[in-house]
Design a protein around this ligand. Structure first.
Ligand SMILES: Cc1cc2nc3c(=O)[nH]c(=O)nc-3n(C[C@H](O)[C@H](O)[C@H](O)COP(=O)(O)O)c2cc1C
Length: 162
């Protein structure tokens, strides 16, 4: 990391900022793949673009990338176990959930709060990560439920103030 910024301080400070938790899915041939992603962001409405940042050392992202598309599945606060199943390596995390193919073929996980199917629009160099921009091709959501939140290395849930 750049010499002026201490790595521990960087992690501590950025750990004060909460994110949601998503499963970014895709296919490699007929194999469904998914990675846990907190860096998902809504980017543009016209054209409809969303983004996320996979690390350059990710094993899963380049495999998803070859299909030219991906689907972002937003986890609810009842899906911590599902996040852990995909984060932990070993075993078959797909045993924990069903999925159906989106129009692009990428897995939609129907129990999630929302699914955003995308065609890869651009992949921009971003230090030790890639900034992946997706053009939204399809969307779905459920009306009930609340998002899983990640803050300072721990899962939590959203609580409205009023
Ligand atoms: C809550 C949470 C959020 C995460 N967000 C990201 C992220 O935005 N980008 C990323 O590259 N990895 C993120 N990770 C780590 C990935 O899930 C994964 O462990 C990493 O990409 C390496 O996996 P792979 O080599 O199989 O691709 C996150 C993990 C958790 C638990």
């Amino acid at each position: 990391m750049g010499s002026e910024i201490d790595g521990d301080l960087y992690r501590k400070v950025l750990g004060r900022y909460p994110t949601g938790v998503t499963l970014v899915t895709g296919m490699e041939g007929d194999e469904p793949l998914a990675m846990v992603i907190g860096s998902f962001v809504s980017v543009s409405m016209d054209p409809p673009l969303v983004g996320f940042l996979p690390g350059k050392s990710s094993y899963t992202w380049p495999r998803i990338e070859t299909s030219g598309s991906f689907c972002v599945n937003v986890l609810s606060d009842t899906q911590e176990d599902l996040s852990n199943a995909f984060f932990r390596k070993g075993g078959d995390p797909w045993k924990e959930t069903g999925w159906v193919p989106a129009a692009s073929g990428s897995p939609v996980i129907p129990s999630c709060l929302a699914s955003i199917d995308c065609a890869i629009h651009d992949v921009v160099d971003a230090g030790d990560h890639w900034f992946v921009l997706g053009r939204v091709t399809d969307l779905s959501h459920v009306d009930e439920g609340s998002p899983l939140v990640f803050l300072g290395g721990r899962y939590g849930r959203y609580r409205p103030l009023v």
